[in-house]
Write a protein that binds this ligand. Structure first.
Ligand code: FAD
Length: 422
């Protein structure tokens, strides 16, 4: 029972000299191989020449690194306040750990965040709109058909245990016909996406001077008064970004202390629903759940959500087909071969643990972030994202802002933008 509860919850720098200076093309960013980049056409700073290097001059006061929900929320706030900002996003899409697929089934599927870990009215709270009924249809998520695996045995959790659980725990919802991505796109991205530069992986952050200087993988250099860094702690721990000066020792220790586990979602399609709504596992790290629960769907989609150190055991299998086979075999063991008999041969495997720009799933506790973790670098580089929730276990305006959740990421984006504005 406790396991079920847990699973649901979880549910350097120096300017690279350009080889060729073309700063007369003053509206274009600068690359190491030619000093201009015509692909980033929506950015129009003034370029200047400095000792033969092109430096991307700051007419943007704030640069946000990452177009996940924390970055988008910070941007929305700055946009509303008329502050000049730019978002640098490493990938070719917005949303970060909030993504969707619309082709696999007859309903859209959340590839990353899926549950609303609170009352549905938090949706209005997050977009600063009054009222308890969000402008989007949701499903109260309280499945009763829940099985628990202990050793090799699977058994049903009693209705009474489930009722007791739902009575004790925060209410959870899902979107009915839409996804977290749709919510974020409509309420955040639409207002700020003109300021996103995609395929811009920041590799160095130099905060040693008045202006913060950022360099991207392709050698483009940006300057800003303030930087909001929203990459996951997994990315920070992987040292994908070099800081000058180096990160303070306390910050490094605080980052090391944050649990940020690998994980994946494996969606499989079946011809029949032979499985219950949820199958929880003994080690708390593996859950099968009926993705179509409460949706208007004719499709039978079961997801294996693996989160935690034991995900590595799946990685050891070597490839995705082997992971799928192992899941089907396990289900066959519980349901007398019905998984193989009903498997339609199609799946989606979304591996967040091995994605370069995520390097994990979510931060796994209810604690508030420590001061060392959240502290800015010289009041120039600020940290925002799901890990940096400042509220801890106490509700804010009646809502739990658990770390590792979408609401935690949104509120941290707002908070940091406000801190900068103040
Ligand atoms: C499988 C899974 C299931 C989840 N389920 C839920 C759930 O049900 N409910 C819930 O509330 N939460 C859930 N979460 C957590 C939720 O998705 C996250 O807390 C939230 O989306 C984090 O947002 P963020 O903006 O802090 O970080 P991210 O979404 O990671 O955004 C960071 C952005 O920075 C970009 N980036 C990274 N490195 C660089 C770089 N060097 N330069 C430029 N850009 C860079 C990334 O590409 C990304 O777009 C889940 C997460 C996962 C992975």
């Amino acid at each position: 029972m406790k396991k079920f509860i847990h699973t649901l919850l979880a549910v350097s720098i120096i300017f690279s000299a350009c080889k060729k200076v073309e700063c007369e093309a003053a509206i274009l960013p600068i690359t190491s191989d030619g000093c201009t980049d015509s692909t980033a056409s929506n950015y129009d700073p003034l370029a200047t020449v400095d000792d033969g290097s092109c430096i991307f001059q700051a007419d943007k006061k704030v640069i946000i690194i990452g177009a996940g929900v924390a970055g988008l929320a910070a941007a929305k706030k700055l946009e509303e306040e008329g502050v000049s900002y730019q978002i640098l996003e490493a990938t070719d899409k917005l949303g970060g750990r909030i993504q969707k697929d619309e082709t696999f089934a007859d309903f859209p599927i959340d590839l990353g965040a899926e549950w609303i870990h609170e009352d549905k009215s938090i949706l209005n709270y997050l977009i600063n709109q009054p009222g308890n009924e969000p402008d989007v249809e949701t499903i109260l998520y309280q499945p009763m058909n829940v099985n628990e695996v202990v050793g090799n045995n699977i058994s049903q959790i009693s209705n009474q245990d489930m009722i007791d659980y739902y009575a004790d725990y925060i209410t959870e919802y899902k979107f009915k016909n839409t996804t977290w991505y749709d919510f974020i796109n409509e309420n955040f991205a639409q207002q700020v996406k003109q300021n996103i530069i995609y395929n811009s992986k920041v590799t160095t952050i130099d905060y040693s001077q008045d202006q913060v200087v950022l360099t991207t993988e392709d050698g483009i250099i940006y300057e800003a008064d303030k930087v909001i860094l929203t990459v996951s702690v997994g990315v920070l721990k992987s040292n994908a970004i070099t800081f000058n000066p180096s990160l303070p020792a306390e910050k490094i220790t605080a980052l090391e202390d944050v649990e940020f586990f690998p994980g994946f979602k494996l969606f499989m399609k079946f011809s029949d629903q032979f499985y219950p709504d949820v199958i929880t596992s003994e080690n708390e790290e593996k859950t099968y759940y009926n993705v179509a629960y409460g949706k208007e769907s004719q499709d039978n989609v079961l997801c294996l959500l693996s989160h935690g150190p034991s995900t590595e055991d799946y990685y050891l299998l070597g490839n995705t087909d082997a992971i799928v086979n192992s899941a089907i075999q396990e289900l066959d063991g519980y349901f007398n071969g019905l998984a193989s008999q009903n498997y339609l041969g199609s799946y989606i495997y979304e591996d967040w643990g091995q994605q370069t720009y995520t390097q994990g799933t979510w931060t796994s506790d209810f604690q508030a972030a420590s001061d060392d973790l959240s502290a800015s670098l010289n009041d120039k580089v600020y940290f925002a994202g799901e890990t940096y929730n400042s509220h801890g276990i106490w509700p804010v305006d009646g809502f739990y802002i658990i770390r590792g959740s979408v609401q935690s990421a949104i509120l941290s984006g707002y908070e940091i933008a406000e801190e900068i504005l103040n």
